[in-house]
Design a protein around this ligand. Structure first.
Ligand code: R5P
Length: 294
């Protein structure tokens, strides 16, 4: 097996290679003056299982195109199987037509990955796994439950795991089970024209005197965490922390989250982020690769 790291692997290629005892090769990339680029896999991949690692954080389009080029090149060079690892899957949140006439972006991404010959696909806690049913090869979704439970355990004494919406409650409940602590979820509404987040009520549970930990798949503009934090503190939480897998942290998200009373934030290394504590999810991905190859 050979691990091939794209320019947006964020070190996960090295982590996975170390965990699996495999060799890692970085792609070579040449930029042209007009903005186009080409890639090269400078290694003999013929007849090998090739695992390509490329996250899809910004610039999403360049990273996606680069990934398609790498898969196509690996196939063209005679790789026997191409397994694609996308730690952060961009466009996963546009999984339906929220407003009439919109495109379903994640379906287009899946079609593009299929078109170049992806034999197996691995990603970490996407917004929803439903669109991945469109992948033609095998799919493995990595749920870093133990890794995040461990991160929470280190940071608070009496945790109550909170999902900000019904969609994310499965992951939050799994983390709570791992910790042996209670969980709750919120009834969240978003205005799809303005992006504004409104928390309507607690679906189950009470926050009084608990260290509330908001667990989510992704933090983007931060509106979800800000609204959930204010709601929790307003309903008696002793403290609020947050653990999210993908730290997009767009615009002034970080400052808004701190101002909303969140005392600690932890993420993962699916996306590079400065000044935020991250846990390495390479071992979880390595285990996912082994399962997919069974
Ligand atoms: C939405 O359902 C997701 O699970 C996240 O809660 C959301 O995308 C976070 O976005 P933002 O940080 O902009 O509120």
């Amino acid at each position: 097996m050979l691990i091939v790291g794209g320019s947006a692997a964020n070190g996960i290629d090295d982590g996975v290679a170390a965990a699996l005892g495999a060799k890692v090769v970085k792609i070579e990339k040449k930029n042209f003056p007009d903005g186009e680029f080409k890639i090269r896999i400078n290694a003999d991949v013929k007849g090998q299982d090739v695992v390509i690692v490329q996250s899809l954080y910004g610039p999403q389009e360049k990273h996606l195109l680069e990934l398609l080029f790498i898969i196509d090149a690996a196939k063209g060079l005679g790789a026997s199987k191409v397994i694609v690892v996308v730690p952060y899957l961009a466009y996963a949140r546009q999984n339906r037509r929220f407003l009439e006439g919109e495109g379903i972006s994640i379906d287009t991404v899946v079609k593009l990955l299929n078109s170049v010959g992806t034999d197996g696909f691995i990603t970490v806690r996407p917004h929803t796994s439903e669109p991945l049913k469109g992948m033609t090869g095998k799919v493995k979704v990595v749920e870093p439950v133990k890794t995040f439970a461990e991160a929470v355990r280190k940071r608070c004494q009496r945790p109550l795991i909170l999902s900000p919406d019904k969609g994310g409650s499965e992951f939050a409940v799994s983390v709570a089970k791992e910790l042996g602590c209670p969980s709750a979820s919120l009834d969240k509404e978003r205005d799809y024209n303005t992006g504004e987040v409104l928390i309507k009520s607690i679906i189950d549970g009470s926050f009084r005197d608990w260290d509330v930990v908001i667990v989510d798949d992704v933090i983007s503009g931060g509106g979800t965490i800000v609204a959930s934090s204010k709601f929790s503190l307003g309903n008696g939480a002793k403290s609020v922390g947050t653990a999210a897998v993908h730290m997009l942290m767009a615009g002034d998200a970080r400052q808004r989250i701190a101002a909303s009373g969140v005392s600690w934030v932890v993420g993962s290394n699916t996306i590079p982020c400065k000044d935020i504590e991250v846990v390495d999810i390479s071992p979880d991905i390595a285990a996912g690769i082994m399962e997919l190859l069974k």
